[in-house]
Design a protein. Sequence first.
Length: 245
Amino acid sequence: MKLFTLQFMCQLISFYGIYHYWNDFSLAWVLVIILGMQVFTLTLFECFMHRYCSHNSYKLNHYVESFLTYFSTLCTFGPALTFAANHKKHHRNSDKEGDSHPASDGLKTYFWFNINKYHTTSRDILSVRRLMKKKHFNIQSKHYFKIWFLLFTPFVLINPMFALCFILIPGVITFNVSGIVNVICHNLNLGYRNFDTNDNSVNINLLFIPGTLHNNHHNNPGSPSVKVKWHELDIGEYVIKAIRT
């Protein structure tokens, strides 16, 4: 419930901030939002929380891993440990009973309203033992909300508009886009399949939205790249090449 409250609060403040600062928006602030999306949607969420924490698809050195762990808190998806365990459950039960973010839930999954319904159990957490052994993942899990406010507050004090455009708006977009991807990319009527996986995953190939080459990913979740054909684009692959060890 605390996590849902934080997510709701971020969305509410974002909409209020857009309304309040509407006349102050310029091309420069739009570029800040785009930069924030590259940081939050692509790097922290897709490349780190998803491909690294959930699927162990590449290696990071200790200092980069620690930095990304703490700053991924600003994505408001909950601790990386919990997210990874929850997402691994999705892959084990994709489009079946026990799916942790089922496409069949529609709008509830679009906006993660069912995040508490499919909560992660202590048994699920055991699926990410490699993360449990590391101190920074456990610190983030134990002090998640304190870390969020500790990281967010300096941005607000320095410039509320920057906090809005660099953190809140990109974070809200990331949160909602990921939910939408979980629904539309498990709809056989909307995309194409390169692989006959044991689920309904499809590729939509929306070039600049991570995760939409979903069938490729479900076929080989441990791969750092999700493209297999010449016309498919995976920007996350280049981010991973820049940060991996």
